[in-house]
Design a binder for this molecule. Structure first.
Ligand code: AMP
Ligand code: ZN
Length: 114
């Protein structure tokens, strides 16, 4: 079975535009950006969806949010604002089954539940 797309990006087996990395987290530009800043923040371990996370992932989940915080500051959009999106399972619009947080910024966001 072919390995997960984002696992391959984390390993460097597939190219990406890396914007941040630490011991638990990897972040890169989305290939199809929906905003001037559109970054995907992923755990280095393979975790398919948010609902696969349990108490042992508590630190990791907090880590992902703090990574978003750091990246927003590095990109200079912390004060203007930004949006984090986490799609989960089919009706949530998830397409890639390796947990990821979208960091969107650089333009005014509108509430679009669709
Ligand atoms: P989601 O619908 O939440 O699963 O989002 C998956 C995201 O991954 C989409 O925004 C895609 O544009 C993005 N994506 C898919 N393949 C790649 C890739 N090779 N490099 C960067 N982003 C990707
Ligand atoms: Zn994976």
């Amino acid at each position: 079975m072919p390995e997960c797309l984002f696992c391959r990006i984390v390993k460097g087996d597939l190219p990406s535009r890396k914007v941040y990395e630490d011991e638990l987290t990897f972040a890169f530009d989305d290939i199809n950006p929906k905003a001037p800043v559109h970054i995907l923040i992923v755990p280095k371990i393979h975790l398919p969806t948010l609902v696969d996370a349990g108490p042992s992932e508590q630190e990791l989940l907090g880590h992902l949010l703090l990574a978003a915080n750091k990246i927003a500051k590095e990109k200079g959009i912390d004060g203007r604002g930004f949006r984090l999106v986490l799609n989960c399972n089919p009706e949530g619009g998830q397409v890639v089954y390796h947990l990821h947080i979208h960091l969107l910024g650089g333009r005014q966001m509108r509430w679009q539940p669709a």
